[in-house]
Design a protein around this ligand. Structure first.
Ligand code: GAR
Length: 189
């Protein structure tokens, strides 16, 4: 079975959704976290997934911590990386090692609203439709080739919180489904 690592910095609801997907086409054998104390770490413990936690502030360059992470990924024989709320740009060290084998989920219809607080950005912009995107990683901020997108209507009485809740429910379905598609077909168009 394909061995995957999830990179996450926050709550880990997408990580949890993957772990709870019965027919996931890969085994998640490692969680990489750049925020000591993030609640995703408790979730990993609950699912018995080993973690590596690092604090980027302890390193002088991105290359330094990415080389360390890469070393662990190789030791753990990781084939694929899934970013799920990892709020950090991936550098050339990891990109070159996992070219075409790194995906991310983002809570907007990219290329609209890249970067931080995409849901807040969409809410404040007053768009009628936003959504969720799963895409491959490249060197930019949420710019890699899009694999799949789902549109979500913004309701008139939505708050940012109610919109976020609907977006995350879609994420929890979409990400495992895209992972299964990509891993079974090679590439999805
Ligand atoms: C998710 O909504 C994900 O799309 C977003 O962070 C959240 C993490 O939630 N990612 C980005 O904004 C990436 N630019 P989670 O920790 O509960 O999975």
């Amino acid at each position: 079975k394909v061995r995957a690592a999830v990179f996450a910095s926050g709550t880990g609801s997408n990580f949890q959704a993957m772990m709870e997907t019965e027919n996931l086409a890969c085994e998640i054998t490692l969680l990489v976290c750049d925020k000591p104390g993030a609640s995703v770490l408790e979730k990993a413990k609950r699912f018995n997934v080993p973690t590596i936690v690092f604090d980027p502030n302890m390193y002088s360059t991105k290359e330094e911590y990415e080389l360390e992470v890469l070393h662990v990924l190789k030791e753990a024989k990781i084939d694929w990386i899934f970013l799920a709320g990892y709020m950090r740009i991936v550098g050339p060290t990891l990109l070159q090692a996992y070219d075409g084998k790194m995906m991310n989920i983002h809570p907007s219809l990219l290329p609209q609203f890249p970067g931080k607080d995409a849901i807040g950005q969409a809410f404040r912009a007053g768009v009628e439709t936003t959504g969720v995107t799963v895409h491959y990683i490249d060197e930019g901020i949420d710019t890699g080739p899009i694999i799949d997108q789902v549109e979500i209507k913004v309701h008139k009485n939505d708050t940012k919180e109610s919109l976020q809740k609907r977006i995350q429910e879609v994420e929890h379905q979409l990400y495992p489904a895209v992972i299964n598609d990509v891993l079974s077909k090679g590439v999805k168009s």
